[in-house]
Design a protein around this ligand. Structure first.
Ligand code: 5GP
Ligand code: MG
Length: 174
């Protein structure tokens, strides 16, 4: 069985994230930090929308947490391991972590660990394009673009223009 979201639905999800973040934080400095891979692309799209407002101090960063995952020994070797890029001051910052898919929550737990190497933020929130459920950690998103009902063993295949050449989400059930 297969269920597909198209580019328009993905854009609507990104728009919902941006609108909710804007409503809560307009005018107050925030930093969007995208988690590789594809979370950074979602974060860039949200940033582009938020940047339409002048006089709003917006920072941007990217985290690569491949080495922090508590189950990373189970993941496939990652030949394209890239670095984190956080050029703003994390100490005291209001940070919104951004990821493409939230599943067990282990990646976010690891991202919080990685962030703490840079300093102590005043607050950290979580924005995800897709919440597919099945959490294994006590972590919930503050902003959700699209909620998907999935089974634990489904695959949610996310393609984004920058990384994959097109915007599409497919849920593949076995
Ligand atoms: P978690 O750590 O919450 O289990 O998984 C979240 C991270 O793994 C995200 O960065 C996301 O990119 C990736 N991920 C987890 N499950 C899926 C999935 O079903 N589809 C896709 N495309 N990525 C997933
Ligand atoms: Mg990802």
């Amino acid at each position: 069985m297969e269920h597909t979201l198209d580019a328009e639905e993905i854009a609507a999800g990104v728009g919902r994230l941006a609108a909710a973040i804007r409503e809560k934080h307009l005018g107050k400095p925030i930093a969007l930090v995208g988690i590789r891979s594809r979370g950074d692309e979602v974060a860039e799209r949200v940033l582009t929308i938020l940047s339409e407002d002048d006089d709003w101090e917006l920072s941007f960063g990217v985290l690569d947490i491949s080495l922090y995952r508590d189950d990373f020994e189970h993941l496939h070797a990652n030949p394209s391991l890239q670095e984190s890029d956080i050029a703003f001051t994390v100490e005291g910052a209001h940070i919104i972590l951004v990821d493409d898919v939230l599943f067990t929550g282990r990646t976010i737990r690891a991202a919080l660990d990685a962030l703490s190497d840079y300093g102590r933020p005043a607050k950290v929130e979580l924005a995800v394009l897709i919440d597919r459920g099945h959490r294994e950690m006590p972590l919930q998103p503050d902003y959700v673009g699209i909620s998907l009902d999935t089974r634990r063993l489904d695959h949610v295949l996310v393609s984004l223009e920058g990384a994959d050449g097109k915007d599409e989400v497919r849920i593949v059930s076995n």
